[in-house]
Design a binder for this molecule. Structure first.
Ligand code: VGL
Ligand code: ZN
Length: 210
C-alpha cells in the first residue's frame, strides 16, 4: 500500500500529445494513462511534471542521420542512441501536454532533451549520464524522500527516471497501470529487470490509498 505523505512527490512523465495515439511517437494505448494519472494527481499533495522538449534537428531524430532507419541504434559521442521519429519539438503542438491531463496543482514542469546533441530519457540525468537536469537538487531541497512515477513510456522515460531516482537516493515507486510502454526489441522486459535490480517498487493504482 502507498499512502501519499508530505515527503512524497508524484512525478508525471511526458504525458504529451506526440506520445498519444495519432502523435509522432505514439505509445500504444498511451491515452489510457490520462484517467489514472489524473486520479493519482488528486491523491498527492505535490506533483511535478516532465516534458520531452527537443530542438528541431535533435540528435535523437532519425531524420538527423541520413541513411539511418527509424528505431535503429547509432553511436553518438556519449553512447548508444535509439533513433526516433521527430517528436516533441519545442513549442510545437505535439510537445504540448496531453489534452485531458488535469493536474492544475502541479508545482514544477521540468523540460528535458533540449540540448541538440544529447537525449534525456531520464528526468534526472541526460543521456551522457553526467549532465543533471536539476531535478534531484530541487526534490532534495523540497524535502521529498520518495518519488512515485507514472506516465510515458514505461521502458524509456519512466524507467530511466525511476532508476535515476534510486541512484540519487530517493525511494521510487512506479504505478504500472498509470504507465504504458513503447516495448520495442525487448525494451520493457529489460526495463522491468533493471528496475527490480535497483529496488524500484512496482504497484497498481488500487494500491495507492486515497
Ligand atoms: C521518450 C523516446 C524518446 C519517452 C522520449 O518519453 O519515453 N521515449 N523520447
Ligand atoms: Zn524524446
Amino acid at each position: 500500500m502507498i499512502t501519499p505523505a508530505e515527503t512524497d512527490v508524484l512525478l508525471v512523465v511526458d504525458v504529451q500529445r506526440d506520445f498519444l495515439p495519432g502523435g509522432a511517437l505514439a505509445v500504444p494505448d498511451g491515452d489510457a494513462v490520462i484517467g489514472p494519472v489524473n486520479a493519482l494527481g488528486r491523491l498527492f499533495a505535490h506533483v511535478v511534471l516532465t516534458q520531452d522538449w527537443h530542438p528541431p534537428g535533435h540528435a535523437s531524430f532519425a531524420s538527423s542521420h541520413p541513411g539511418r532507419q527509424l528505431f535503429e541504434t547509432v553511436r553518438l559521442a556519449h553512447g548508444e542512441q535509439v533513433l526516433w521519429p521527430d517528436h516533441c519539438v519545442m513549442g510545437t503542438p505535439g510537445a504540448a501536454l496531453a489534452e485531458g491531463l488535469d493536474l492544475p496543482a502541479a508545482e514544477l514542469v521540468i523540460r528535458k532533451g533540449y540540448r541538440p546533441g544529447i537525449d534525456s530519457y531520464s528526468a534526472f540525468l541526460e543521456a551522457d549520464r553526467r549532465t543533471p537536469t536539476g531535478l534531484a537538487g530541487y526534490l532534495r531541497e523540497r524535502g521529498f524522500t520518495r518519488v512515485v512515477l507514472c506516465g510515458l513510456a514505461t521502458d524509456y522515460c519512466v524507467g530511466w527516471s525511476a532508476l535515476d531516482a534510486r541512484a540519487a537516493g530517493f525511494a521510487a515507486v512506479v504505478v504500472e497501470d498509470a504507465c504504458r510502454a513503447i516495448d520495442q526489441g525487448g525494451s520493457l522486459a529489460r526495463a522491468h529487470a533493471a528496475m527490480a535490480e535497483a529496488g524500484v517498487e512496482r504497484v497498481r493504482l488500487e494500491a495507492v490509498a486515497g
